[in-house]
Design a binder for this molecule. Structure first.
Ligand SMILES: Cc1ncc(C[n+]2csc(CCO)c2C)c(N)n1
Length: 228
C-alpha cells in the first residue's frame, strides 16, 4: 500500500462526514442561502491567498527544478483558475466578487487553518508541507465526483460550474501527480517524518470539515468588528 492510500484510509470517516455536511448537501441540492455563500467566498479568498504563500514556502524547500515547475503550475491554477468556483457562488448570491475580497477578518476556523498551514510551512520539511496541502485537493475532488454521480447536474443546476470545476480532468490529474510526488518522497523519509505527515494530513482534513461548518453557521468571533 502506498503512503497516500494509508492517509486516505486513516481519514475515511472524515471524508464521509464531509460529503454529508449540510453545506456540501446545500451545494448538491441548491439550497444554500446568499449569506452562507458570501461568508464562504470571503473566507476562502483569504484561505487561497495563504495556500499560494505556502506553495511559495514549499518552493524554497524543493531540491530540483522539476519540483519547482510543478509548484509553479499549481500556484497558477489557484491564482488564475480557482476564481471560477468563487464566481459561481457570487453569481448565485448576486454579489460582486470584488466586494468580497477586502475588509473582512478571518473567522476563527479559517484563521486556525491558515495558521496551521503557515506553521508547518515555516518549520516543517517539504514532505510535511505537501501532506498538509493534500486534503484540500483530495476532499474537493471527492465531493465533486460524488455530486456528479449522484445529482448528475446539467447547466441549469445553480452550482454546475463549481461541481464541474472540482471534478474536472485537470483536478484529477493534479491530485494524482501530487499523490505520486508524496508517495515517492516517503520512500526516502524516516518514520518520524511520516508520523508528522500523517498528523498534518489529519489536522487539515479536520479543518476542511470545520471550514464547511464555518460557512454554514456563519461562524464569527464573539465580539465582531475588532479585527480586519
Ligand atoms: C478550504 C478549502 N479547501 C480546499 C479548496 C479547494 N482547493 C484549493 S487549492 C486546490 C488545489 C487545486 O488548485 C483545491 C482543490 C478550497 N477552495 N478551499
Amino acid at each position: 500500500m502506498q503512503f497516500t492510500d494509508e492517509l486516505r484510509n486513516l481519514t475515511d470517516a472524515l471524508f464521509k462526514r464531509i460529503k454529508r455536511h449540510p453545506f456540501v448537501q446545500g451545494i448538491a441540492n441548491e439550497s444554500l442561502e446568499p449569506n452562507q455563500l458570501i461568508h464562504y467566498v470571503q473566507q476562502d479568498y483569504q484561505y487561497l491567498t495563504t495556500y499560494v504563500q505556502v506553495y511559495g514556502l514549499a518552493m524554497a524547500k524543493c531540491t530540483n527544478r522539476d519540483q519547482m515547475r510543478d509548484l509553479h503550475a499549481r500556484m497558477r491554477i489557484v491564482l488564475e483558475e480557482e476564481i471560477h468556483p468563487h464566481i459561481n457562488f457570487c453569481r448565485v448570491a448576486q454579489v460582486d466578487y470584488r466586494d468580497l475580497q477586502t475588509g473582512v477578518a478571518l473567522a476563527p476556523t479559517a484563521h486556525h487553518y491558515a495558521k496551521h498551514m503557515l506553521s508547518v510551512a515555516q518549520s516543517g520539511s517539504l514532505g510535511e508541507i505537501l501532506a498538509t496541502l493534500l486534503p484540500c485537493h483530495w476532499i474537493y475532488i471527492d465531493i465533486a465526483d460524488d455530486m456528479m454521480s449522484r445529482v448528475q447536474p446539467n447547466e441549469t443546476h445553480a452550482f454546475y460550474d463549481w461541481i464541474r470545476f472540482y471534478s474536472s480532468e485537470e483536478m484529477h490529474t493534479g491530485l494524482a501527480t501530487f499523490r505520486d510526488w508524496i508517495d515517492a518522497y516517503t520512500l526516502n523519509s524516516g518514520e518520524r517524518e511520516r508520523d508528522l505527515m500523517r498528523e498534518h494530513f489529519l489536522t487539515s482534513c479536520q479543518l476542511e470539515l470545520r471550514f464547511f461548518d464555518m460557512a454554514y453557521t456563519l461562524e464569527d468571533w464573539a465580539v465582531r468588528g475588532l479585527l480586519v
